[in-house]
Design a protein around this ligand. Structure first.
Ligand code: FES
Length: 183
């Protein structure tokens, strides 16, 4: 196995004039998130969650802005973003569908559920539809084995799924207008 190093020291971050972390976001973080933590650094994950939720990804420039806001090194922000699956550096779909593919769901028909999503959306796991509406993921056990098969549609867990229910959930998600992921 060979190791590849990242050119972090010479990496160029694309910067646009308009900040990703808007004055309204900074004010919200100051008023509602920072007071919950003894040190500013503690607020990093909820702030990342807010940015991910707002833009469906965390742009590099936003990482610099967050580092500056919290008074920490940009590398600490990048380390956290790259460690947790919850955060992405490229936009995910407005509706992220995560189908559990661990044992209980596997034996209770997860393949039928997964195939239905693939068929309806024309994407494979870890792909996003061209219109930015859906991302499909396969996930490890979601802790609800007794109600398998299960899947997450964004933050909502759906249990004892059937193909008909998946169709209805996709139809529902298709009604929402797609929002721009670039602010
Ligand atoms: S195996 Fe799917 S929820 Fe546990």
């Amino acid at each position: 196995m060979s190791w590849k190093t990242k050119p972090s020291a010479t990496m160029k971050v694309p910067v646009r004039a308009q900040p990703w972390c808007t004055p309204q976001m900074l004010q919200r973080w100051t008023e509602t998130i920072l007071p919950k933590y003894a040190v500013k650094h503690g607020a990093l994950m909820p702030i990342l969650h807010d940015v991910q939720h707002t833009y469906r990804h965390i742009p590099q420039q936003a990482m610099l802005e967050i580092a500056s806001f919290l008074g920490i090194a940009p590398s600490e922000v990048l380390d956290t973003v790259s460690f947790y699956e919850e955060y992405t550096t490229e936009p995910v779909g407005q509706c992220v569908i995560g189908v559990c593919h661990t044992f209980a769901c596997e034996v209770c028909g997860h393949k039928e559920i997964l195939d239905r999503v693939r068929e309806r959306l024309g994407i494979e796991p870890h792909e996003t539809t061209e219109d930015g509406r859906f991302t499909l993921l396969t996930l490890e056990c979601l802790g609800s084995c007794d109600t398998a098969p299960v899947a997450l549609f964004n933050d909502t867990l759906h249990e004892r799924l059937t193909v008909e229910r998946v169709d209805a959930l996709i139809d529902e998600a298709m009604k929402a207008p797609v929002k721009d992921s670039h602010g």
